[in-house]
Design a protein around this ligand. Structure first.
Ligand SMILES: CC(C)(COP(=O)(O)OP(=O)(O)OC[C@H]1O[C@@H](n2cnc3c(N)ncnc32)[C@H](O)[C@@H]1OP(=O)(O)O)[C@@H](O)C(=O)NCCC(=O)NCCS
Length: 177
């Protein structure tokens, strides 16, 4: 059974290892989430440790999807630190393990962060994704608008510089105002 939960405190060692494996799986599959090569376990552990520290400082939200208690995906929202941007958050690192795709996990993770963002008073979510990736279909399906694209924004494992598309979704009253 799919469950989405917010991680507010350090996870179990088991879940932490699964997050490491999730990152390695997703990068290994060619996703554009920050790495051009699969991070080794030490680097992946360091990455998640930094994420959890930022969660502890209240700078971001982290949600994890579990399928029958096994980590199937994760998503983050980073809060903008400046006074004039407190109403918006940046969705980052939406990742679903390759063995758990097309079962609604990505959609459920996105829905969970939207709900949490709205509850915290956020009225705008933004994110950038490599143009043409599967995630674009998910975003359009979930009501996100593409504001445009920037050529040569990200480098892929092949060495090519690919365009990135910028998406946003207004939340709550801002969505209808
Ligand atoms: C993008 C990603 C998160 C989607 O996760 P997912 O759990 O498979 O997505 P869902 O099952 O919730 O899909 C919801 C809808 O999105 C669309 N969609 C998602 N993946 C798709 C694909 N590969 N092809 C076509 N449509 C797709 C479909 O409309 C789908 O609904 P349907 O299955 O009823 O047709 C997953 O493919 C992934 O982790 N990709 C690599 C990481 C990445 O690129 N992240 C984005 C960086 S922020």
């Amino acid at each position: 059974m799919l469950e989405i939960k917010e991680l507010k405190s350090p996870p179990s060692l088991e879940l932490f290892s699964e997050l490491v494996e999730l990152l390695q799986d997703v990068v290994g599959g060619g996703a554009s989430v920050g790495w051009t090569q699969v991070p080794n376990t030490k680097d992946a552990r360091n990455y998640w440790t930094e994420v959890l520290e930022a969660v502890g400082r209240g700078q971001r939200l982290l949600f994890v999807a579990t399928d029958n208690h096994v980590c199937a995906g994760a998503i983050q929202v980073a809060f903008a630190p400046r006074q004039n941007a407190r109403h918006r958050g940046e969705v980052q690192k939406l990742m679903v393990h390759s063995q758990y795709r097309r079962r609604g996990t990505g959609r459920a993770l996105l829905g969970a962060v939207e709900k949490a963002a709205l509850a915290r008073g956020l009225t705008l979510l933004v994110l950038d994704v490599r143009s043409g990736d599967d995630v674009e279909r998910l975003l359009k399906r979930c009501g996100y608008t593409c504001a445009g694209s920037i050529p040569g924004f990200v480098q892929s494992a092949s060495g090519a510089f690919d365009p990135t598309s910028i998406y946003y979704r207004r939340l709550g009253a801002a969505a209808t105002g």
